[in-house]
Design a protein. Structure first.
Length: 189
């Protein structure tokens, strides 16, 4: 009888050791996988959900997450779409734990400059919030050109077409200073 108890005890200890070893291995694999998850993948996991985005300049944007690209995200507000570069964000509220990688190599290669060039092509009237510790600065106008790391914004009267005679001035803004770019939603969006 004593031998049976001894063997049962040894068998229990071995099973417990195997279980603890498996749990430790699972924990280590989970930590290794988390290291590989990018913020953009986490954002893709909550596409279509409501998200609060608090910017480094003190501004907050709340709405439905419509897009999470390689360098920026798009939030749908009631009347506007807001393009936000990732470096302008201080924190997110409403993120889940899901992550989804971008399967398209083409979409992974599209950056902030591509989005800004599309806005320039459409001659969209924009409101650009600049980042910084001096408070929120807003510029209104139409994008004239987009360089590698900057954008030229022509100040025009809202509702006026971008013509030479209607341009008040042109501001050159480095991408690093961009906090949020608002454009009116088009009909049907």
């Amino acid at each position: 009888m004593r031998w049976d108890a001894l063997f049962n005890d040894l068998e229990s200890q071995l099973a417990e050791s195997d279980r603890l070893s498996l749990e430790a291995e699972i924990g280590e694999m989970t930590r290794a996988e988390l290291v590989a998850i990018a913020l953009s993948d986490r954002l893709r996991g909550v596409l279509g959900c409501t998200l609060g985005v608090h910017l480094r300049n003190g501004e907050s944007v709340h709405g439905r997450l419509a897009h999470a690209g390689a360098e920026a995200l798009v939030i749908d507000e009631d009347w506007y779409q807001v393009l936000i570069p990732y470096p302008a964000v201080a924190r997110y509220v409403g993120m889940g734990r899901l992550a989804q990688t971008e399967p398209s190599a083409v979409r992974r290669a599209l950056g902030l400059a591509h989005s800004l060039r599309a806005l320039a092509r459409d001659r969209a009237e924009l409101s650009i919030s600049l980042g910084g510790s001096a408070g929120i600065t807003r510029l209104e106008g139409v994008i004239d050109r987009v360089g590698k790391d900057y954008v030229d914004l022509a100040a025009v009267t809202p509702g006026e077409a971008r013509r030479s005679r209607n341009v008040g001035d042109v501001s050159t803004v480095p991408f690093a200073a961009l906090a949020a770019i608002r454009s009116r939603k088009q009909a049907g969006l």
